[in-house]
Design a protein around this ligand. Structure first.
Ligand code: 6PG
Length: 465
């Protein structure tokens, strides 16, 4: 076998799947792992694909197996392990070589690492890879940062392994240094909101209407081909139809209501706030996961605090579908406006339409909604996404159902934090004359901060008595 065109360091779930995907597409790949005893079982599992895979037990052998300039993809936990591996590889590399971090990294770290390695003539590229294990194996969506030079080298190797949407590879060079990881972070923020809103509708049907899991699953299944078509709806329908072999009950009913989170949703909210953006639907989803962890406090509050005022009319299934569409659309718009703000702040020229396009297949949030959004964003590159012509046409038929759903849930005392935050965000966005005049007056009373009058320019104060 000749030299490998790319090396994958890290044979965990995602690294193994990506390495097999390269081999599958005819790209010779070298692999290695911190624990060298993982390599042989991986090669055995790869079957005939192993003919295109070089297993190397040491970093030196791994680097020697690569064609130059070398492309090394790290698929390891983010944070300190990435810095440690960069230091381990550094003495073995030559100017022009590229290290790729394909994990869920904080884009601030990616910017720092790219600058540090540039001093040694090395490239560092952050790539957001979405789609879980199956996506990595058969075609993920990939959000690429780093320099234009790096992209020239990476494109021929990465494009063949990307997911395709009607033939269009779901991969793009989105901007320099941390742009790819930033876009992946926002993807995950939207993922959190999307998952949460689906869970909120499930909660309304379970706790408000008394439906069992298979009945809710069948409803979600009926949404798989319409405007709500998405990987997450399909996945949810599938989950709700599974029976636990131990208890004979729906599997979902046997799972503790405490969700994990690795941090990318939280990063989205933190970066949004730093950029002066409201990502309230995403924040509500992150907050809901944090609330889920507080199980014993919730159980105590459930008996101590007053409940909603049932009975209330819960909207019918069609309303819930439309409410979910409107809520998801608004959460996506929040994400796209974070991207717009980041693009201006960091000088990235992010192409939001292209981002929507590469999210149409391969990634966790792939959906029919993104096919609705991509052309709208393409036609309006420079404005806040909610002002793009076409958005109003998507919202007009679905927003009334979101209002009825949020109102019904509020009356019943059932939490729909992400759906209601999305609605409040929308109503705030379209409030041409808001209430910040009163905030300014309050600030002037207690802090003499001053305000601008509506009838003349400049800052002034009032005598508040
Ligand atoms: C993807 C996912 C993935 C993420 C998991 C878990 O795009 O493939 O976003 O990258 O790591 O979904 O994320 P949480 O643990 O934060 O839920």
């Amino acid at each position: 076998m000749g030299k490998a065109r790319i090396g994958v360091f890290g044979l965990g779930t995602m690294g193994s799947a990506l390495a097999q995907n390269f081999a599958d597409k005819g790209i010779p790949v070298a692999v290695t792992n911190r624990e060298a005893d993982w390599i042989a079982p991986f090669l055995a599992k790869a079957g005939p694909l192993a003919d295109r895979i070089t297993g190397a037990e040491t970093l030196a052998d791994f680097v020697a197996a690569l064609a130059t300039p070398r492309l090394i993809l790290l698929m390891i936990p983010s944070g300190a392990p990435v810095d440690a591996m960069i230091e381990a590889f550094r003495p073995l590399l030559a100017p022009g070589d590229t290290l790729i971090d394909a994990g869920n990294a904080d884009f601030n770290d990616t910017i720092r690492r790219a600058a540090e390695l540039a001093e040694a003539g090395l490239y560092f590229v952050g790539i957001g890879v979405s789609g879980g294990e199956e996506g990595a194996r058969t075609g993920p969506s990939m959000m690429v940062g780093g320099s234009a030079d790096s992209w020239t080298q990476l494109q021929p190797v990465l494009e063949p392994i990307a997911a395709k949407f009607e033939g269009d590879p779901c991969i793009a060079h989105l901007g320099p240094d941390g742009a790819g990881h930033f876009v992946k972070t926002v993807h995950n923020g939207i993922e959190y909101a999307d998952m949460q809103m689906i869970a909120e509708v499930y909660g309304l049907l379970r706790d408000g209407a008394g439906w069992d899991a298979p009945r809710i699953g069948a409803l979600f299944q009926s949404w798989e081909d319409g405007p709500l078509a998405s990987f997450l709806i399909e996945t949810t329908a599938r989950i709700l139809l599974v029976t636990d072999p131990l208890s004979g009950r729906p599997m979902v009913d046997m799972i503790r209501d405490q969700a994990g989170q690795k941090g990318t949703g939280r990063w989205t909210v933190i970066e949004a706030l730093k950029l002066g953006q409201s990502a309230s639907a995403i924040e509500a989803a992150v907050g809901a996961r944090s609330w889920s962890a507080a199980k014993s406090a919730r159980l105590a509050a459930a008996t101590q605090l007053p409940a909603g005022t049932a009975p209330a009319d819960l909207p019918p299934p069609l309303d819930l579908a439309e409410a979910l569409y409107a809520g998801r659309l608004l959460a996506h718009l929040q994400g796209f406006d974070i991207l717009r703000a980041a693009s201006a702040e960091f000088g990235w020229s992010l192409d939001r339409a292209r981002i929507a396009e590469i999210w149409r297949a391969g990634c966790i949030i792939r959906s029919a909604l993104l096919s609705d959004l991509a052309p709208i964003l393409r036609a309006t590159p420079d404005r806040p996404s909610y002002l793009a012509p076409g958005i109003a046409d998507l919202l007009a038929p679905t927003l009334p159902a979101l209002r009825r759903t949020v109102a019904g849930a509020a009356t019943l005392g059932l939490p729909v934090p992400s759906l209601s935050a999305a609605l409040a965000w929308y109503d705030t966005a379209r409030q041409g004359v808001g209430t910040a005049n009163l905030i300014q007056a309050q600030r002037d009373v207690f802090g003499r901060h001053g305000f601008e009058r509506t009838d003349r320019p400049g800052k002034t104060h009032a005598d508040w008595g």
